[in-house]
Design a protein around this ligand. Structure first.
Ligand code: ACO
Length: 380
């Protein structure tokens, strides 16, 4: 790279900083500091390069709960200020709340204060338990790790995760959203800020909840990721909920949190009588995979759907579980002839399929896609 030019993706490091007490109980495998953005082009331009500095670092830290930001820009040398030298802080500051901190001591104090005062706002809609990464790495609670659902939240090796539903009316949420929305630019290709003037936005926010060692019965909360949802109203009173943005921060990716957050949204949709279906806006490939995987898992665990789809005897051949359809298809009688006894055909009974689509509140194209995947796995 030419002298005086720095990659903005490499220069920018993000950290989620926890109170000292919480930090002390983390294992080496739990690192929430110094990770990089995937994209910075919305901030520093298409080339993702910053000109005019040597050894440039842009240290952007967030208090792990309240997401109060702290920004520190450092370099060993800067070209004499001319119109070609980029304004690193000035540019980034347009994308974060104007009251970001630059005083490190004030930021540390905020982080410690978070430990006792920060609580998520909104309505708790889902929670689940995972073995802590430290315990998992140490091989503790092996049985529990194999069946995460059975892990007790009181287990010393357990970490609880909670999903909160919010709107602009949730106290303090507008300010909170202004802090977390930067992650949309940094991690979603083509992501942009939503319009705060549009009243209808809804959100689901995922937090990690840790027991405070010093004060039994109390917990600290740490931001993991979130999704923004937009309801489209249809005459006379039905709503199509569109999932618009969805992000799990890098330290938490590939641990099943995205699936849990998606399931929380889906179950929220099922629980709301006025919402008729969940749609997704312009999904990235990784998100499409996540959606397919979770939708299929849900459908395959639906015993009534599976027995109607593939014939009443499907379940006794191991159906109703992930992979169950494939196994039924490979059973002695042969997949194709068995499938003829169910509504899945071929050909698919269209009226039956549409009824299930409405019942499961899945969008039309996605449902068609899922049916095709199920038929292919059946014929496999
Ligand atoms: N250990 C190892 N791997 C695991 C574990 C585990 N315990 N649990 C799940 N996985 C695997 C899954 O099998 C899956 O593997 P695959 O990619 O090979 O299919 C993978 O991890 C991802 O599944 P999850 O862990 O459930 O999802 P994750 O929490 O990583 O979230 C997401 C996925 C949302 C795409 C995340 O990576 C992200 O936020 N990326 C950046 C932003 C983005 O692209 N967002 C979507 C934009 S589209 C939109 O907004 C509509």
């Amino acid at each position: 790279m030419a002298a005086w030019t720095t990659s903005s993706n490499e220069a920018l490091t993000i950290s989620l900083v926890r109170p000292t007490e919480d930090k002390a109980s983390l294992g080496e495998e739990e690192s929430y500091e110094d990770f990089h953005p995937t994209f910075t082009y919305p901030i520093y331009g298409e080339e993702e390069k910053i000109y005019g500095y040597e050894s440039l670092t842009i240290d952007l830290q967030f208090a792990s709960g309240s997401l109060v930001p702290y920004l520190s820009v450092n370099y060993s040398a800067k070209l004499p200020s001319t119109s070609t030298v980029d304004d690193v802080e000035g540019t980034l500051s347009q994308f974060i709340p104007s009251d970001y901190l630059t005083d490190e001591a004030a930021f540390r104090a905020q982080v410690e204060q978070d430990g006792t005062t920060f609580k998520p706002s909104g309505q708790l809609i889902h929670s689940y338990v995972r073995l802590s990464p430290l315990a998992a790495a140490n091989g503790k609670g092996k049985a529990a790790a194999n069946t995460q659902q059975t892990l007790d939240s009181e287990d010393t090796n357990a970490v609880v995760y909670e999903v909160y539903h919010t709107t602009w009316d949730t106290p303090g949420f507008r300010e909170y959203h202004r802090r977390m929305q930067l992650f949309i630019l940094l991690y979603i290709e083509g992501g942009s800020y939503i319009d705060e003037e549009e009243d209808s936005w809804e959100f689901v926010v995922l937090y990690e909840k840790r027991k405070r060692q010093s004060t039994p019965g109390t917990s600290t909360y740490h931001f993991v990721g979130y999704s923004s949802l937009y309801p489209f109203f249809h005459f006379p009173e039905s709503v199509r909920l569109r999932l618009s943005q969805f992000v799990i921060l890098p330290p938490y990716q590939r641990q099943g949190h995205g699936s849990e957050l998606y399931d929380a949204i889906y179950n929220y949709v099922l629980s709301q009588p006025t919402i008729t279906e969940l749609t997704v806006e312009d999904p990235a490939e990784a998100f499409e995979d996540l959606r397919d995987r979770n939708d299929l898992k849900m459908m395959l665990s639906h015993e009534v759907f599976i027995s109607e789809a593939f014939g009443a005897d499907t379940l006794s051949h191991g159906g109703g579980r992930v992979g169950g359809v494939g196994r039924a298809g490979r059973s002695g009688k042969g997949g194709v002839s068995k499938s003829a006894s169910g509504k899945m055909g071929p050909p698919v009974d269209k009226l039956w399929a549409e009824n299930w689509r409405k019942k499961l509140k899945i969008a039309g194209r996605q449902f068609q896609r899922l049916i095709e995947i199920l038929i292919l796995s059946k014929l496999d």
